[in-house]
Design a protein around this ligand. Structure first.
Ligand code: C2E
Ligand code: MG
Ligand code: MG
Ligand code: MG
Length: 293
């Protein structure tokens, strides 16, 4: 796509400072337009019980399809949104979209009452004192119980966050939402924050999962995380599970929930319902459907 834009156009691949600054400004403007003109969407990636391969929840992941550039990855535009003061509106939009979807899925039986939806929140969102009140209002609007919602944050939130962030976390937990540490293990070695903040679970980063089953140190690291999680009463999800070897190694050390391409990537809501519906599974329609198509 960068070629199609012609010579002299800044792209995200340019490396000079000037071009990067210009790119940033362009992206920021484009993101404002995207929010206003509905170019964003949410995909849902199943989080499964590894034993059965059936979903216990899903992670909501934002997508941006730019009309000329095509898909722009969240790793590119979420940081821009943070810097440009757009993460508030972006986060509001994602939560409303995802909670509305969860509400419809609960009503039509696509998911059961125990199913949880996991939503990413960035540090800046968690430093907004009004976030718990806003989330509480959204839960009521969509008629979704707080227990069916998890918020994912990185370790840095708790390491760097100020007193407002701490208060926000306690108030969110008070509402009943789960609080998960995303990319667990990549941030800080000091684990004191797990006791200091009302964290309910951790998601083991993909970097510790990829080498599993090859007899390296990752096995020991994951084993230690499981032991710690058990001691602290935390839920544990393994991220980025791509192979059966990794799945089996995780199961062997006691990890019960997984997420990754082995089971499936994030997909639009309609595809999630047709591939992962609890209703279909319960009635055996999944097998029938497979025979008919
Ligand atoms: P994350 O929260 O750690 O999300 C997991 C990422 O790993 C997703 O990338 C997902 O598509 C990818 N993934 C899942 N399974 C596999 C696998 O088996 N192998 C590999 N290689 N990758 C896998 P994605 O969707 O590109 O999102 C990247 C990051 O952007 C997320 O990392 C999260 O930090 C951020 N993000 C995504 N959506 C949102 C959002 O709505 N709000 C905020 N604040 N951040 C978001
Ligand atoms: Mg996440
Ligand atoms: Mg993650
Ligand atoms: Mg990650």
């Amino acid at each position: 796509r960068s070629k199609a834009e012609g010579p002299g156009r800044a792209t995200i691949f340019d490396t000079s400072m000037h071009d990067r600054v210009r790119e940033r400004i362009e992206l920021e403007g484009a993101l404002r337009t995207a929010l206003a003109e509905n170019q964003l969407s949410v995909v849902y990636q199943p989080i499964v019980r590894m034993e059965t391969g059936r979903p216990v929840g899903a992670e909501a992941l934002v997508r941006w399809n730019h009309p000329e550039r095509g898909p722009i990855p969240p790793m590119t535009f979420v940081p821009v949104a943070e810097d440009a003061g757009l993460i508030g509106p972006l986060g509001d939009w994602v939560r409303n979209e995802a909670l509305g979807q969860l509400s419809r899925w609960r009503a039509d039986g696509t998911v059961g009452a125990d199913f949880y939806l996991s939503i990413n929140v960035s540090p800046r969102q968690l430093s907004q004192a009004e976030l718990p009140m806003v989330v509480s209002g959204e839960l009521m609007t969509h008629g979704v119980p707080a227990s069916a919602v998890a918020l994912e944050m990185t370790e840095s939130v708790m390491a760097d966050g100020g007193s407002v962030t701490a208060k926000v976390l306690f108030e969110l937990r008070e509402l009943g939402v789960q609080l998960l540490v995303d990319d667990f293990g990549t941030g800080f070695s000091a684990l004191g924050y797990l006791r200091k903040f009302p964290v309910t679970g951790v998601k083991i980063d993909r970097s510790f999962v990829s080498g599993l089953g090859e007899g390296g140190e990752d096995e020991e690291i994951v084993r230690a995380v499981v032991a710690m999680g058990r001691a602290l009463g935390l839920s544990i999800v393994a991220e980025g599970v791509e192979t059966r070897v990794q799945r089996d190694a995780l199961a062997a050390v006691g990890v019960t929930q997984g997420q990754g391409w082995l089971w499936g990537p994030g997909v639009p809501a309609g595809d999630f319902a047709s591939h992962w519906s609890a209703r279909q599974h319960a009635s055996g329609a999944e097998r029938l459907g497979a025979r008919n198509t």
